[in-house]
Design a protein around this ligand. Structure first.
Ligand code: HEC
Length: 111
């Protein structure tokens, strides 16, 4: 009993450290490592409240992104300008590379 609970505590501590090591990885770096992993975060922050994590939630009339046929440029334009129930993200997603990666992320949901 005593041994196993001690072991369990050590395991939990070990896992915690491992998790910490993973999330605290190098942040700076080249543009690839900066844009690609962030696309998901950006989508979660700005889009998934209506579209859902998989793009098919459809809150307040949000189009199903899996069924969308839009081209990358058209997606970018909608994000920038908004459309009907979808707000414009002009001034919210300010960096061009963020707009690019979020649009690519939405594009990848299509099938
Ligand atoms: C407040 C809810 C809301 C948020 C937040 C939102 N959308 Fe939308 N989105 C909508 C609605 C509503 C539509 C349907 C617009 C229309 O055509 O009438 C839409 C349509 C779209 C379309 C067009 C799909 C098609 O085939 O016509 C794309 C692409 C899209 N959204 C991407 C995004 C992305 C990327 C984000 C995050 C930057 C986002 N949306 C955030 C509500 C939202």
């Amino acid at each position: 009993m005593a041994v196993s609970s001690k072991f369990r505590r050590r395991l939990v501590l070990g896992l915690g450290l491992l998790l910490f090591a993973c999330t605290e990885g190098p942040r700076s770096g080249n543009s690839l490592s900066e844009t690609q992993p962030r696309a998901k975060d950006l989508f979660t922050t700005h889009c998934s409240s209506c579209h859902g994590a998989a793009g098919d939630l459809g809150v307040s009339g949000a189009k199903n992104l899996q069924k969308s046929k839009l081209k990358l440029q058209e997606i970018k334009q909608i994000i920038r300008e908004g459309k009907n129930g979808m707000p414009s993200f002009d001034g919210i997603i300010e960096k061009e590379n963020q707009l690019d990666s979020i649009a690519q992320y939405a594009k990848k949901m299509q099938h």
